[in-house]
Every structure is written in structure tokens, then in C-alpha cells.
Design a protein around this ligand. Structure first.
Ligand code: RM4
Length: 262
């Protein structure tokens, strides 16, 4: 199945976790070019290198990868991402706005710096990259594209140690709704994916608490935590022409965590 044949896919925060799984799945589905943003410290630099190699071997060099390091909360990074992508491939068909953080913290004592950093990365960063890539999608021939914002089940329900994080995820859902309206005339679709609890670096510490881990698994109808590639399939679907009439939608991918009240 090659649902993304000849497409150019751009992913932020791609070196690990959900972003990385989306990169691998895009390549598997025939994308010919990947613009992979990553943070750019030593760790993510090494991760990106290994991701590049993985994709090179998997696709027999069919999928070209351009890595773009940078602070996503800085709007210039988004300009760099578009520039590098257009230089290498001439266009961008898909954007997966994925880069995000969740430093779990207590509300009443939370330093404002944590709130600001979380908002800047998750919300400001998404805004900048969506705006920059949408302008490119508008200007290219043929015009259009698919934009996917990584929100969260946390856009719908709260978390005791996530008072700073959940509003950013609700914000991404809202951003995708309004952008769907603003960009529909340019044939740009905008949708949100709402992952449930996916075991990645973002919640490693949180899920190290055995009790919390077991509780989450118990609440999840499918009986397990999510893995990054559980999100990659739905991402490929929304990016592909199979979803050509889907815009402004929210796709909850949570193994049944949300509906399981009792
Ligand atoms: C999620 C949800 C998960 C948490 C992550 C960080 O969307 O709240 O439970 O592990 O955020």
C-alpha cells in the first residue's frame, strides 16, 4: 500500500516518539521526500542520523530526507523549514505539526516559566509552522495540501499535573478548525489527531509510577498503552487522498481510553 506516493511530507519534532513513527510510516507509504525538523541538541542530532539511515535502508534510497534543526518556538525555524523543503523538493504536500512538551508539574506552585515554555513550544510553535507551510501550500502548483496538528486526548479532559499543557492541546484542536475554514479555498485540509496515552519520552517519568501506569492501562479498552506507530497509521490516512473530503475533523486515537467511564 503506498498511500503517500510521490508526496513531500514535513514533520516537526521528528527525531523520536510519535514524530519519528510518522516519518517512518510516511516513507513506508511511498513519500519521496521528508523534511524532518528536530530540536538540534546532541541527542536529537544522533536520533535524526539514525532515522535517516533507517529510512535509507528501508526504502532503498527512494525517499530523500532533509533534516532541519531548530527551536520550534522561534518563528524563524519555521521559515527555515519551508526554505529547506522547497529548495530540496520544490513543494510541501503534508505537514505534521508534532513537536511538543509536557513537563508534568503541580498547578499551585508552577513557576510561570514552565507555563510560558509549554505554551511557546506547543502552541506558538504550531502556529508558526502551520502558517509558514500553509503559505507555501497556497503558492505551489498544484495548490493545496494536508495539515495535521498533533493535539491530544488532553484537549477533551484534564490532568492534575497538566494545567499548563491541556490548554495548549485544546488550542491546537481549535487552531485546526479555524485553519480548515481559512485554508479550504486553497485546497488545504486541516485536521487534528488526538492521541491517548502513548508511551514515549514525554511521559516516561510519569508512567514510571507503577500505579499510574496500571490505572491507565486498565482504563484503556484495548488493554495496553499506545505505541508511536499507533498514531502513524491515522496520520498517513489524514495525509492521503483517502481523506480528501476530511477537513476540520478531530480523530481520537486512544485505544478507547476516553469513552471508558465505567
Ligand atoms: C497526553 C495524555 C497522556 C500523557 C501525555 C503527556 O496527551 O495526558 O496521558 O501521558 O499527554
Amino acid at each position: 500500500m503506498t498511500l503517500l506516493e510521490n508526496k513531500i511530507v514535513c514533520i516537526t519534532g521528528s527525531s523520536r516518539g510519535i514524530g519519528r513513527a510518522c516519518a517512518v510510516e510516511s516513507a513506508k507509504h511511498g513519500a519521496t521526500g521528508l523534511i524532518l525538523h528536530y530540536f538540534g541538541d546532541q541527542e536529537t542530532e544522533a536520533e535524526l542520523q539514525s532515522l535517516k539511515e533507517e529510512i535509507y535502508v528501508m526504502t532503498h534510497n527512494h525517499c530523500q530526507v532533509v533534516g532541519v534543526p531548530g527551536e520550534i518556538a522561534d518563528s524563524e525555524t519555521s521559515q527555515k523549514i519551508v526554505k529547506a523543503g522547497v529548495e530540496a523538493f520544490g513543494r510541501i504536500d503534508v505537514l505534521v505539526s508534532n513537536a511538543g512538551i509536557c513537563p508534568f508539574a503541580e498547578f499551585l506552585t508552577m513557576p510561570h516559566a514552565i507555563w510560558e515554555r509549554t505554551r511557546q513550544v506547543n502552541l506558538d510553535g504550531s502556529f508558526y509552522v502551520v502558517q509558514a507551510v500553509a503559505n507555501q501550500m497556497k503558492s505551489q502548483v498544484p495548490q493545496g495540501g494536508s495539515i495535521i496538528g498533533l493535539a491530544s486526548i488532553s484537549a477533551l479532559v484534564g490532568g492534575e499535573f497538566q494545567c499548563h499543557y491541556t490548554p495548549t492541546k485544546a488550542g491546537i484542536v481549535s487552531m485546526m478548525q479555524s485553519c480548515a475554514i481559512a485554508l479550504g479555498k486553497y485546497n488545504i485540509r486541516c485536521n487534528a489527531i488526538l492521541p491517548g496515552t502513548i508511551a514515549t519520552d514525554i511521559n516516561k517519568e510519569d508512567l514510571a509510577n507503577e500505579e499510574k501506569r496500571e490505572y491507565t492501562i486498565k482504563r484503556t479498552v484495548l488493554g495496553r498503552l499506545g505505541a508511536p506507530d499507533d498514531i502513524a497509521g491515522p496520520m498517513v490516512f489524514l495525509a492521503s487522498d483517502l481523506a480528501k473530503y476530511v477537513t476540520g475533523a478531530q480523530l481520537l486515537v486512544d485505544g478507547g481510553l476516553f469513552v471508558n467511564l465505567q
